[in-house]
Design a protein. Structure first.
Length: 249
């Protein structure tokens, strides 16, 4: 029992350390937010001429063209990554460390909030079914309404497909930005009827949404960032329910 308790404490320390490292990288120790300043954008990054970046030819990105450019992107079939999602309100905020494993049509998501100490929430989308369990289980909630949900909703992240459906007149700025040393497509959208400013940062390498902010005037009320995705296919064991075992095929 003592050994199990010690392992639990060590696991919690590792999780907190991971959140601290992300917070240090992106400056999220305080719920106070800096004045809203969009990064400088460029229609085409320096060095993105005939050879593009990494050998890829890049299309010009402006508020008028960003939707057409984003439509050409495709998310990888398989990957894994870690996200940090934070929501802010007048008297505080809350953050979640989110781990995601994607393999073909199956998605596994683990959500943890070190601030609350609640057990990890696990979500598994596979074969048209949504399964949810906490910690190591064993109880599993099942729903066949998975078609009504997207993996983005379960990860608490905006879907940049929403950008494709918005009125082009609501796009206030767009271009390429160098964010944390990586070139991304940035699009700033004025949401209706809230008048919030939603800013998307999409990887030109993976087609994944890697950062986002929702801003209410001069305050950030939502923030997402992601570590670089690992594009190797996760192991099948990541898509098992509690008590399930891999079968030899």
């Amino acid at each position: 029992m003592k050994a199990r308790r010690l392992l639990g404490v060590l696991g919690a320390l590792v999780l907190v350390a991971a959140v601290v490292l992300l917070a240090l990288r992106f400056g999220w120790f305080s719920t106070a937010t800096a004045p809203v300043i969009l990064p400088d954008t460029t229609a085409l990054p320096t060095g993105a001429g005939e050879g593009g970046i990494g050998g890829a030819t890049l299309a010009e990105v402006t508020p008028e063209t960003v939707q057409a450019v984003v439509r050409t992107l495709a998310r990888p079939d398989s990957y894994s990554r870690r996200l940090l999602v934070s929501s802010y309100w007048e008297d505080g905020g809350q953050s979640w460390l989110i781990q995601v494993w994607q393999k073909n049509e199956a998605t596994r998501i683990r959500l943890t909030s070190p601030e609350t100490g609640d057990a990890d929430k696990n979500c598994l989308l596979r074969d048209g079914e949504l399964c949810i369990w906490y910690g190591d289980g064993p109880e599993v909630f099942r729903s066949e309404a998975a078609q009504q949900l997207s993996a983005d909703i379960l990860q608490m992240i905006p879907s940049y497909e929403d950008l494709l459906q918005t009125d082009p007149a609501q796009i206030e700025d767009a271009g390429y930005v160098n964010l944390y040393g990586t070139w991304r497509i940035m699009a700033a959208v004025r949401e209706k009827p809230t008048d919030y400013l939603m800013v998307y940062y999409i990887s030109i390498d993976t087609g994944l949404l890697e950062a986002a902010e929702r801003r209410d005037g001069d305050k950030v009320i939502y923030r997402l960032t992601s570590e670089q995705a690992d594009l190797a296919a996760p192991g099948d064991e990541m898509f098992l329910l509690p008590g399930e075992e891999l079968t030899n095929s």
